[in-house]
Structure formats: structure tokens, C-alpha cells
Design a protein around this ligand. Structure first.
Ligand SMILES: Cc1cc2nc3c(=O)[nH]c(=O)nc-3n(C[C@H](O)[C@H](O)[C@H](O)COP(=O)(O)OP(=O)(O)OC[C@H]3O[C@@H](n4cnc5c(N)ncnc54)[C@H](O)[C@@H]3O)c2cc1C
Length: 431
């Protein structure tokens, strides 16, 4: 197994008394270079104003600078710190400037449905795991090397208004004028975009809580990550466990629902604890929880508006970068932000998307299948992972497959229920 280059130095890992191995994860927020906050470029008027310093906002800034943009760039975010609040996993199907930061990688993964476990290995496309804290620290350090970038934290964006050749951005602290606005404010539950997609699309929420654990004895197999283990109670909706082992005694274990059922944090924790007991024989005193991450990701066929003003574009989840059938977003964000930066730096009209259109229809069918036949999904996933060669399946999941590979995958699945769903879709675009 190839392990990604570890960004954290031994000394920066927390020392924990007891029998716990040192963690691969950081315990402090990413450092923000002072020079970025100093307001070095532009005072009130900027070439680019980026709303949101999350995955997409920071990535697009990185790509703009990489493409040689020298106009003043302002990044605004309401947050005040960059906590290590999530992990980004994706298959290594292409280079990104951040892949080398992966804290772990796996060449083998498993999917379990009932008593059937399928374990597959791909030598060419490992599954990488990036800790958000490492990503933030690395990008912030890279962009701080350019004198034309300013980052303002603790400023909530309140409005965006077109004024002739400029756009005015009002925040809780100030007003800024921009030639180009890139809106990467994410897709918080309850936000206007979130409310709209709930009403106007076929959607399945992916809701999860993950615990970062260290155990007193070796229980995890560091060679294989668990992508989906459906051998858990399905009575409240489609549910699986996801486990990323960082060693024999450290893992991120997540409880995931693909369902609208309301699940509290306490319920998630209780279900993880039951799984740790049933699956690994772990009792509560045999592990400690170093941290948690929680997400609510709408998987949807909603057509997110890309161009939101004369020279304003939405990016990230707000730009529809979440793959509707899987919830994976990170790679799509990298692809689109890179393409967008290339176009803007070259003074060309930005593309509306970077991913091939032909997956749109397949994803829309799969989403409807998930809503209509959730109880059949565990078997469908197991069949898919069993019948389709792993590297080809990975390419399909990352929209890098050939049409022939797509056809093979379609042929590996049961025809009747999918045809029924596809037929229904022609009659009604909504669920
Ligand atoms: C816990 C978790 C785990 C995930 N794991 C994966 C994974 O393994 N693989 C994968 O592909 N995807 C994953 N995702 C999905 C997706 O990749 C992430 O949500 C990603 O961070 C989305 O990037 P974004 O830039 O669109 O939004 P975000 O990264 O959430 O950034 C949005 C930013 O906008 C700021 N903001 C919001 N409103 C305002 C405002 N009014 N004013 C100023 N600032 C504002 C926020 O503070 C935030 O910094 C995960 C998501 C979560 C939540």
C-alpha cells in the first residue's frame, strides 16, 4: 500500500496518555499567514472577490494565481478559524495540486450487503484521504506568497448587487466593488438555494456523522477501507457505515443515511457505538473519540445557476459540483475551478461545467431509483462492485469512464426496475 506524504510533523501530533497510538490528524486549526490578513492589495475595489474561503473559494484563488492573475483578489468568509472539520476522500484518477497532502490511501475497499462482502483492489486508482486542516494550511500558505491576495475573516456576506461594470458586495463589515465575483458560500441547510432545490428537484439527502477514533487494541485492517457496509439496521431508511482505517488502532467511522429521516447527533453516536461493538467487539472504554465531523449533502438533479450576474459565477456545492448519484464533490470542484480560472485568466467566457454531460441522465435515473427502491440499493451496490472491474468502476464513479465502460456497467445492473424508473422520468421530471 502506498501511503500519501504526511504533512504533519511528528511533533505537531497530540501526545495522549494511555495506550493510544499518535494520531495522523492535527489537533489545532490551520495557521493563517498574517500577511494574507493585512489588506495588501486593493482598498475597496478588486479584480476578483471570492465569497467563501472553503474548498472551492480557496481552490479557485489558487488556480487564478497559478494562471498568472495579478489583479487584486479579495476572499471573504464569515468564519474566523480554519478547523480540521472534515476529510475529503476521492479516487486518484488524475493529478490535483493537493493530492500529495493525503494522510492515507487505500488500494482495496469493501462493500457489504447482508452477509455478502465484496472486496476489490485497484492498483492504478487508490482512494485518497485528505484532512481539511492540511488542505487549508497548504493553500493559505501558497496564496500568501502572492502580494495581490487579501483574506478577510469574520465578515458575513449580506448582498451582491450589479452596478454597471462592477458588482457591489456588502458584508457585515464593509462594502467592496468587484469586476468578477465568484460565489462559493456552500449549501447550508435552510439557505435559499437549498430551499429551492428541495422544491424543484429530485433529491436524496446524504446525512452523516463520523467519529475519529483511537482504540486501545488493534482492530482495524489498514489495508482495506469500508466504503459501504449495509449490514446495519435499515428500518429508518437506507443506511450504511463507512470506515477509513488510518492504522490498526485509528479510524474515522461514519454513520450515513441516504434518507430524509431526522437523525440527531446522539442517535448517530449511539449507532456508531453499536457498530463498533457488533463489528469490532469494542466497548466504550476501549476507544477514545478525538473529533467528529458531520455533513448534510443534498444529492440532487437540480440545475444550479452557474452564471449569477454579468460577471458573477457560483462555484463549489453552490455551483452544483456535488455528483448527484454519489455525493462526491472534491474532484469536481478541482476540475471546475481550474477550468474557470483558465478561462477568466485568458479573458474567455467560462464554461458552464467541467464534467461530461452524458452522466446527467444516468445520475437522474439512479437518484429516482434510490428514492423509489431504497431497499434494493444495498444489493445493487454490491452487484456493481462485484461485476464491474474495480478500475473501470472507479473511472465511472469519477466521470472518467469511456462510453463502452458505462455500457458494461449498465448491463451489469438489473434492467426492469431501472427501465421502470427511466420510463417514469419521461412522464414526469420530478419525483
Ligand atoms: C463533513 C464533510 C465531509 C465531506 N467529505 C467529502 C468527501 O470525502 N469527498 C467529497 O468529494 N466531498 C466531501 N464532502 C462534500 C464537499 O466536498 C464539501 O462540503 C466541500 O467543503 C464543499 O466545498 P464548498 O467550497 O462548496 O463549501 P465549503 O467548503 O463548505 O465552503 C463554504 C464557505 O463559505 C463560507 N460562508 C457561508 N456563508 C457565508 C456568508 N454569508 N458570508 C461569508 N462566508 C460564508 C463558509 O464559512 C465556508 O467557509 C464533505 C462534506 C462535509 C460537510
Amino acid at each position: 500500500m502506498r501511503t500519501g506524504e504526511r504533512l504533519l510533523k511528528e511533533g505537531s501530533r497530540p501526545e495522549v496518555p494511555g495506550d493510544y497510538a499518535p494520531s495522523v490528524r492535527r489537533s489545532v486549526p490551520a495557521e493563517v499567514p498574517e500577511s494574507l490578513l493585512a489588506g495588501r492589495a486593493g482598498s475597496g475595489h478588486f479584480g476578483f472577490v471570492i465569497l467563501g474561503a472553503g474548498c472551492a473559494g480557496l481552490s479557485v484563488c489558487y488556480y487564478l494565481l497559478e494562471r498568472g492573475v495579478t489583479e487584486p483578489i479579495l476572499i471573504l468568509d464569515q468564519r474566523t478559524t480554519f478547523d480540521d472539520d472534515r476529510t475529503w476522500c476521492f479516487w486518484d484518477v488524475e493529478d490535483t495540486p493537493f493530492s500529495h497532502l493525503a494522510i492515507e490511501s487505500w488500494r482495496s475497499w469493501s462493500v457489504t450487503s447482508g452477509k455478502r462482502t465484496i472486496t476489490q483492489t485497484s492498483e492504478s486508482h487508490p482512494y485518497l484521504c485528505l484532512a481539511a486542516g492540511d488542505f487549508y494550511e497548504s493553500v493559505l500558505r501558497s496564496i500568501a506568497a502572492y502580494p495581490n491576495v487579501t483574506l478577510r475573516l469574520g465578515e458575513a456576506v449580506e448582498s451582491r448587487e450589479e452596478r454597471g461594470a462592477h458588482t457591489l458586495v456588502r458584508t457585515s463589515g464593509d462594502t467592496y466593488a468587484a469586476c468578477v465575483v465568484l460565489d462559493g458560500r456552500g449549501l447550508a441547510a435552510g439557505s435559499p438555494a437549498f430551499t429551492e432545490l428541495r422544491q424543484r428537484s429530485c433529491w436524496v439527502p446524504q446525512q452523516f456523522l463520523g467519529m475519529r477514533l483511537r482504540t486501545t487494541r488493534p482492530v482495524f485492517d489498514p489495508e482495506v477501507c469500508t466504503l459501504m457496509d449495509f449490514s446495519v439496521n435499515q428500518s429508518r431508511g437506507l443506511r450504511f457505515m463507512y470506515a477509513l482505517p488510518f492504522g490498526e488502532r485509528e479510524a474515522l467511522v461514519e454513520n450515513v443515511y441516504l434518507s430524509e429521516v431526522e437523525v440527531s447527533a446522539e442517535e448517530h453516536r449511539a449507532e456508531i457505538s453499536a457498530y463498533l461493538h457488533d463489528h469490532y467487539g469494542l466497548l466504550p472504554h476501549e476507544y477514545r473519540v478525538d473529533g467528529e465531523e458531520r455533513g448534510y449533502i443534498p444529492m440532487t438533479d437540480y440545475r444550479f445557476p452557474r452564471r449569477i450576474g454579468e460577471r458573477s459565477y457560483s462555484i463549489g456545492m453552490l455551483g452544483g459540483e456535488t455528483r448527484p448519484s454519489t455525493g462526491y464533490t472534491f474532484l469536481r470542484i478541482q476540475r471546475y475551478c481550474r477550468a474557470l480560472a483558465e478561462a477568466l485568466a485568458g479573458d474567455r467566457e467560462p464554461p458552464l461545467r467541467a464534467d461530461p454531460r452524458r452522466f446527467e441522465m444516468l445520475d437522474a435515473i439512479f437518484l429516482r431509483f434510490m428514492r423509489r427502491y431504497p431497499e434494493r440499493c444495498p444489493d445493487i451496490y454490491a452487484t456493481m462492485f462485484n461485476r464491474v472491474p474495480p478500475s473501470a468502476l472507479v473511472r465511472f464513479l469519477t466521470e472518467r469512464s469511456t462510453p463502452l465502460e458505462d455500457l458494461r456497467l449498465i448491463l451489469a445492473l438489473p434492467k426492469t426496475p431501472f427501465l421502470k424508473v427511466a420510463g417514469g422520468m419521461l412522464l414526469d421530471r420530478h419525483p
